[in-house]
Design a protein around this ligand. Sequence first.
Ligand SMILES: [Fe+2]
Ligand SMILES: [Fe+2]
Ligand SMILES: [Fe+2]
Ligand SMILES: [Fe+2]
Length: 433
Amino acid sequence: MAFSLFDSKGTDIDEQRFTWRDMVQKPVSKLDDDAFTRILVILINGLETEALRFGHMAARFNRELRLPLAKVRRTEQHQATLVNWLIAADHSPLETTVAYEQVAIEVTAAIAQSEPDPYLAQVYRFGLPEEVDHLYRYAALLDRLEGKDANNILQSYTDILPGRPTSEHHRAPEDELREPYNAGTAAFLSKVNALTSVASEYQAHDYYQNIGPLFSDPLARQLYAEIASVEEQHVTQYESMLDPAESWIEQWLLHEAAECYHYYSCVEQETNHHLRTIWERFLDYELGHFHMACEAFKQVERRDPAEIVSSDFAGPLALRSQRDCARCSWTKSRCAPTAPASWPGRSKARSRSATAAWSTPTVRPATWSPPAMCGCRGPSSIAKACWPPPASPRPERISQQENRDAYSSTRTHGNEPHRHPDVADRQQSDAGA
Ligand SMILES: [Fe+2]
Ligand SMILES: [Fe+2]
Ligand SMILES: [Fe+2]
Ligand SMILES: [Fe+2]
């Protein structure tokens, strides 16, 4: 069902109230709730923290927006708390990390398939095999440190496979910058997709930065340091897709629109009834924020919000197992381990030290078209040489009972760390690269 941002005014900002008690809701169950419930929680938390971050930056540069932004941020703060606290305390930091990478894979793949601009879609497809590799490495670390199978978190919706090797992720800064969309001509959904990706990557980066020092294992600390660095690059990449010509209020309006869209997606797809009531309440809150931003847009910029919100959302972001899309990108990453040479922003430098020209502007050439992509519907000419990828170690989703049984058996490993060859070998090979 299509969703229009203008059908409802939502909840007035002065009616958006919280108590400490309702800010701390019953958390999701690690083993009994569907993995996609946790995926939605993490995705939404990323959007809420991005809303807070953006609200503070906008207030620094816009005196007339300070009061409305301060009011909205109060709600964003409490929304972020309620949503983040939905992750149950029985998730170890490393298990939560695995869940974050599952979010990165599933959300990036879903966005890549919904993105109407083929150039931007390819940026998402380019980033996907890097998230696949992050998951692979963290899954190995979970086995090494806690003796647990990452599939208990992933519920086998997401494959654990090597992606593009992490040593290939460390690009020169100019290789990270993409050509932004044009705010005047880009589809509304393209703008929302880009903001969603920035929010998601920022969240992963901040989490790894904070969690890394909690580990005593030197390999774990190195792995978090390395992947946090890559997540910062991902923020840079997706942020460069935003049009810098957009005004602060325009960007505020887009942030609120993105939050509305994802709460709407949650309401449509949530299987946990308790959480669905939270998503419905917060969708109304976000509609209230969106209409505040629209008012500011009209009064300050004398422009019509319909210029920005040029269409309704045709449907929710389809969050379901994106195994085929991820495998497809994985296959291409094997065939073309780095960005295609024809990409804008692709310099000859492979590392910052080798960089000769930092300020070379990158443009989307008029003749540029994306290399043949299979669109996740099957092997393309690029991918044929190594299609099909190896079968997943566990291709079918396991039942909740199997999940619980598997979890209790892995816990019998106790806390004794045991060496997992993958982690050590990959660290060595990356160090030598
Ligand atoms: Fe919010
Ligand atoms: Fe990642
Ligand atoms: Fe990432
Ligand atoms: Fe908001």
